[in-house]
Write a protein that binds this ligand. Structure first.
Ligand SMILES: *Cc1c(COP(=O)(O)O)cnc(C)c1O
Length: 358
């Protein structure tokens, strides 16, 4: 039996995707060559990247005017590439500070223009999502992080914005249906909810580009990748291949609506245990709890049992549950590919642990 993988990222991938990917690495579709040794401009890989792009368009229900790009450098590169392409010096961009990743995005944007931080939950160690802030009309864009991987909070509703939203969706990409029309740019590192590390999906509204007057190196200009269909240079062929297989898997299961239903069921199961088990407690505000990353700690009086519980999870094949150092305790990442049985295994162990130690 494979282990239950609760890692935050690189994270779990669907079992059939890994199986198919392994075949492609050994002998791609019976052509007696590995996919990894084929030209990226050959018919095999061209078909893969075209299908991956078409599947993102279909699964996200993209309106006209949006382009799907496959880039490198991780979501961390988007922290600076977005302002570099969208914000002139002297212009303002609005940011909401909901965690470590949002904070990094803010830091990078300051190198390209004025940054206005509209709200922050830093004072409460990012355990909630600020709401009700005013979005300035003169801002070039509003930057949000849809799911805060480290702190286990998620935007369950996007604010009505008078300016295009730029959103880091790294850890909840394709986890639910989204109306893309308020967004100017969406980016997601693949390694949380889509594929292996090494590729970043970017969805950009093309008409927002070409408005900055600074020099943009070709590799940091979205227009380069639009023009060349993400093939300006050698793209990361393996991560794109595996992402395409995950997209196929997602479509076959019924798309984002079905994903959302599954994700809600899994999260409800886990939060129910966190809330009713006297030994544990959640760290995020209930209304902002993430369906992707559930953060919890030992309840008051039981702190000394933390190491012991973590040891038991590992002994039982439940992997990657140690919380991020900035929150402590535990974090269960239960992305799209995580089966309900694995979540059930964790909830069962928590209950059993409470019976024995409570
Ligand atoms: C992991 C993560 C990042 C960083 O991604 P890289 O691809 O490692 O640069 C950024 N934002 C969020 C929300 C993340 O979860």
């Amino acid at each position: 039996m494979k282990k239950h993988n609760f890692s935050a990222g690189p994270a779990i991938l669907p079992a059939p995707v890994l199986k198919e990917a392994a075949k492609g690495v050994a002998n791609y579709q019976g052509i007696e060559l590995s996919l990894l040794e084929l030209s990226h401009r050959g018919p095999e890989f061209m078909a893969i990247i075209e299908e991956a792009t078409a599947l993102v368009q279909e699964l996200m229900d993209l309106p006209a005017g949006y382009k799907v790009l496959w880039l490198t450098g991780g979501a961390s590169t988007q922290f600076f590439m977005a302002p570099m392409n969208l914000l002139n010096e002297g212009e303002t961009a609005a940011y909401v500070d909901t965690g470590t990743w949002a904070n990094k995005a803010i830091k990078e944007a300051k190198g390209f223009g004025n940054v206005q931080v509209l709200a922050s939950s830093k004072e409460q160690n990012y355990n909630f999502i600020p709401k009700g802030y005013k979005i300035p009309k003169e801002a070039k864009y509003l930057h949000l992080t849809s799911n805060n991987t480290i702190f286990g909070t998620q935007l369950h509703r996007f604010p009505k914005s008078p300016v295009p939203i730029v959103c880091d969706m790294s850890s909840d990409f394709l986890s639910r249906p989204i109306d893309v029309s308020p967004f100017g740019l969406i980016y997601a590192g693949a390694q949380k909810n889509l594929g292996p590390a090494g590729v970043t999906v970017v969805i950009v509204r093309e008409d927002l580009l070409g408005k900055v007057n600074r020099y943009l190196p070709a590799m940091l200009d979205y227009r380069t990748f639009i023009k060349e269909d993400s093939m300006y240079n050698t793209p990361p062929v393996f991560p794109i291949y595996v992402s395409m297989l995950t997209l196929r898997w997602l479509k076959k299961l019924g798309g984002t609506k079905v994903m959302q239903r599954r994700n809600k069921t899994k999260a409800a199961l886990l939060y129910q245990e966190i809330d009713t088990n006297p030994l544990f407690k959640g760290t995020a505000a209930k209304e902002d709890r993430s369906l992707m990353n559930a953060c919890f700690v030992m309840a008051e009086g039981y702190e000394a049992l933390e190491k012991e519980f973590l040891k038991e999870t590992e002994a039982n094949g439940l992997i990657g549950l140690k919380g991020h150092r900035s929150v402590g305790g535990f974090r269960a990442s239960i992305y799209n590919a995580m089966p309900k049985q694995s979540v059930q295994a964790l909830a069962d162990l928590m209950r059993d642990f409470a019976v024995r130690k409570g």
